[in-house]
Design a protein around this ligand. Structure first.
Ligand code: MG
Length: 202
């Protein structure tokens, strides 16, 4: 199983990162050991600037390569909500040196995911509200209609490079409002008001 993450997929987030808005999807991968279920999240020792990035996550349900846009929706049935945790200090160093992002993004446990999976037929995935609350204060709130590349376009693009397999997860990018967490913080993610996860930073 692979975890593919889309970067800079919301213009307001690209702006807050002082990054350009991409003309093609930007992606990177996390290993399967990055996936983290459950409430506890352990602050890693190698960063001093750990940031949350709340993201809608799609699970691939069918094997496909070179998928055409008109068929892309057949390759996922369920979606959920997760966090693409990022060691922002390490990422900044990588960016400055033009190095890959793995040490900042792809470490063990860096991708918490909800236990709840929603049926795409019950929602409009192209106009879905989701949010993240940090210690009772809403810090991220967005609608998937603000994505630069929608889910079908992402699938078309990713499947040019790799076969998508059943169970692969796509983190579809984060909106503006990313920020640092500290020990004891509690993050609550919601889709259309429904609580999807609670994560405590330990
Ligand atoms: Mg992200």
């Amino acid at each position: 199983m692979k975890i593919i993450c889309i970067g800079r997929n919301y213009a307001d987030h690209a702006k807050e990162m002082n990054a350009s808005v991409p003309t093609e999807p930007v992606f990177f991968m996390k290993p399967d050991t990055a996936l983290k279920r459950g409430r506890e999240f352990f602050y890693p020792s190698f960063t001093k600037d750990l940031h949350y990035e709340c993201e809608v996550v799609v699970r691939i349900c069918k094997v496909g390569k070179n998928i055409q846009e008109e068929f892309a929706a057949n390759y996922y049935k369920e979606f959920s909500l997760g966090i693409d945790f990022t060691a922002r200090d390490l990422q900044q160093k990588c960016k400055e040196k033009g190095m890959p992002w793995e040490i900042a993004k792809s470490w063990e446990g860096s991708a918490p995911i909800s236990d709840i999976w929603l049926d795409k037929n019950d929602f409009n995935l192209n106009s879905l509200n989701f949010s993240l609350e940090l210690n009772n204060k809403e810090v991220q709130s967005a609608n998937t209609s603000d994505m630069i590349f929608n889910i079908n376009q992402i699938i078309v693009y990713l499947s040019k490079f790799n076969t998508l397999k059943i169970g692969d997860l796509i983190y579809t990018g984060t909106p503006a409002g990313v920020g640092a967490v500290a020990l004891g913080d509690i993050l609550i993610g919601r889709i259309e008001g429904q609580e999807m996860f609670q994560v405590k930073i330990s």
